[in-house]
Design a protein around this ligand. Structure first.
Ligand code: AHR
Length: 632
């Protein structure tokens, strides 16, 4: 017997016979929002920030931040004008070089871009640089990747072109191989030739991205490890905008990257070049084997609203977005998708009408217009309302309703833990719930505490147990670039070159096998019902083609528990050797991971020697345990 004196006793009796109920295939997924530089300067591997010089706005002259000059104003002057060859983003950079040859500072004069808090350039790796340039004379431009302050050149190449080649815009494409490493490097365009040169749409990308799609590999891998069954995108408030004029508009985010105007997201207050656009989200979902959940702008932002009588253009824009995703290559928008390299339709089946807009004046009116149009043209699409239907019937038609854990966004660890009963009394008829945003925030959470993860684990166990009324659930926010924490905590933290999971990220891995599994019935006998919660699933691993029973249990209390587990009615032949137990716990409730200690709070797996039909286990105080029993 593994036990601890003074530990509280409890008994979990699992009905392991055939039966139980199927958990929806879609239950656990992820929610990607462009917040905290999650995409621009994050998941999207583009190294150049403000690549088209549009971020300063359409007025000229404009601020071209974060671009800066190399040299001083006696040798080089930069300004912006509207000479770009791209119609939707007319701003280009004009560079007047005033020095010549040896009269120029060593290394020449020009411009550099530090990327998003530094570019990660690594020895031996290749980087693809593309830019457009124009000049009245011939040009001699050095393109280089250089260390933070420019003192060391890590990779370089020279572009020579005659005046006739560059008299109109010329596209330059080259590949640079780094001969050194600097995680905070920069891209430089320099010259020692007097004259005027224009630049536009300057891009630098690592050659090695996830499936060659342009995503940062290690970050996508962290998503893949969660086995997400869906991906909700692109927000969140990012979808709405503080003002509608700054909301995400999908049409501006598709087609060739050079032609995308980019936009200023005025909720999270930063510019995105929109390299990560609607197409890329759909592609990412497909690559991860996840269903896309497309959150559309319903004509409502934080500050302004389109009236229902004028909403039809927005409805049309939504219908066209579905045609883009699903229409065949002969349709107007399907052909744009096909031209982007994806002639087959994407598997888009879920559309959410707005984000957190239920209480707003025009929501119901607008919603019904979107709903009717969508049902008419795409009856198979599951439509998600922003209004919470968990405790009362919706007053409008919907296939699903959005439930955000909300007690002034979001909540405490003890409250979310107690919310494992939130859906116990939800009606079984009517639309299913999509818990599209949940997390512990505030003092219990810090920037990602173990305590937060423990509370959330209890909540997810409750969702699993009530998965007959819940179709989907996702944590929020997913990513944070450590240099721009707009929201805390988050699941995955990164900078230009490193990343780690918060305890909440690791907690979610315990649920990676739940979607589509069978929920087994159990009875938990204990005096600690307010601090113990368990669920039991049966699932088949595709990795070893073996059946498992997984018992997950959260001990939210401060006392150890001696738990007896009984598997009743196990009819198949039993084979417990190789069973494992995994525990997520920590010395202190507020322990967090960090770049220096990325594995301070991570699950610890070991062989579960005493697996059997009757088992005695000890649950440490404040712990989340999972027992994976092999049942061949
Ligand atoms: O997840 C962060 C924000 O919280 C989302 O943008 C919004 O939907 C919610 O208010």
């Amino acid at each position: 017997v593994i036990g601890e004196t003074n530990a509280q006793p409890a008994h979990l009796i699992v009905n392991a016979s055939q039966g139980g109920s199927k958990i929806p295939d879609t239950l656990f997924g992820i929610f990607f929002e462009e917040i905290n530089h999650a995409g621009a300067g994050g998941l999207w591997a583009e190294l150049v920030s403000n690549r088209g010089f549009e971020a300063g706005g359409q007025n000229i002259p404009s601020n071209i931040d974060p671009w800066s000059i190399i040299g001083d104003e006696s040798s080089v002057i930069i300004s912006t004008d509207r000479s770009s060859l791209f119609e939707r983003n007319k701003i280009a950079l004009r560079m007047d070089v005033l020095c010549e040859n040896k009269g120029c500072p060593t290394g020449g004069v020009g411009i550099y871009n530090p990327g998003y808090w530094g570019m990660n350039i690594e020895n031996g790796k290749s980087y693809k640089v593309i830019f457009y340039t124009k000049s009245l004379d011939s040009v001699d431009i050095s393109v280089s990747l250089a260390s933070t302050n420019g003192s060391q050149i890590l990779a370089t190449s020279n572009i020579l072109a005659s005046s006739s080649e560059v008299s109109n815009w010329k596209k330059v494409e080259l590949q640079l191989e780094a001969k050194g490493t600097d995680h905070y490097a920069r891209l430089q365009l320099t010259t020692t030739k007097k004259g005027v040169i224009w630049f536009d749409q300057v891009s630098a990308m690592p050659v090695d991205t996830y499936k060659g799609r342009g995503f940062r590999k290690e970050l996508v891998q962290m998503l893949a490890n969660l086995k997400p069954r869906f991906i909700r995108f692109p927000g969140g408030c990012f979808v709405e905008g503080e003002w509608l004029r700054n909301a995400f508009r999908w049409k501006e985010s598709v087609g060739p990257w050079e032609e995308r105007p980019g936009h200023f997201g005025d909720v999270w207050m930063y510019w995105t070049d929109d390299g990560l656009g609607y197409f890329e989200f759909l592609q990412l979902a497909e690559d991860l084997g996840s269903l896309p959940v497309w959150v559309i702008n319903n004509g409502i932002s934080h500050q302004d609203q389109v009236s229902t009588s004028s909403i039809l253009p927005f409805v049309q824009e939504m219908l066209e977005s579905i045609e883009f995703a699903r229409g065949d290559a002969n349709t107007k928008w399907g052909s744009v998708r096909a031209a982007m390299g994806h002639p087959e339709p994407f598997n888009l089946k879920y559309v959410a009408i707005g984000n957190e807009d239920c209480g707003k004046k025009n929501y119901r009116g607008n919603y019904l217009k979107f709903y009717d149009a969508l049902k008419r043209s795409y009856p198979d699409i599951r439509i998600i309302s922003n209004c919470d239907g968990s405790s009362q019937k919706l007053d409008h038609p919907a296939d699903m309703y959005d439930f955000h854990v909300r007690e002034s966004i979001y909540t405490s660890a003890s409250r979310i833990f107690s919310m494992n009963h939130q859906f116990d009394h939800t009606s079984h008829t009517g639309p299913k719930a999509f818990v599209s945003e949940y997390a512990v925030t505030g003092t219990d959470a810090g920037i990602g505490s173990f305590l937060a993860a423990l509370g959330e684990a209890g909540f997810l166990i409750g969702l699993e147990k009530n998965s007959d009324v819940i179709e989907m659930a996702s944590y929020a926010p997913l990513f944070v670039n450590d240099n721009d924490r707009r929201w805390r905590p988050d699941a995955i933290v990164f900078n230009s070159w490193k990343q780690y999971g918060t305890p909440s990220y690791w907690m979610q891995q315990f649920f990676a096998e739940s979607s589509g599994a069978t929920l087994l019935n159990h009875v938990l006998q204990s005096n600690l019902s307010s601090s113990l919660v368990a669920s039991t699933i049966k699932w088949r691993s595709s990795e070893d083609n073996t059946d498992y029973i997984r018992i997950k249990i959260v001990n939210f209390g401060g006392e150890a528990v001696n738990l007896k587990i009984s598997l009743d009615g196990l009819t198949n032949s039993k084979y417990f050797t190789g069973s494992t137990k995994t525990i997520l716990t920590s010395k202190n409730l507020m322990d967090e991971n960090s770049f220096t200690e990325p594995n301070k709070v991570v699950p610890v797996q070991s062989l579960f020697e005493n697996a059997g039909e009757e088992m005695d286990v000890m649950l440490p105080p404040h712990s989340f345990s999972s027992f994976d029993l092999l049942t061949k």
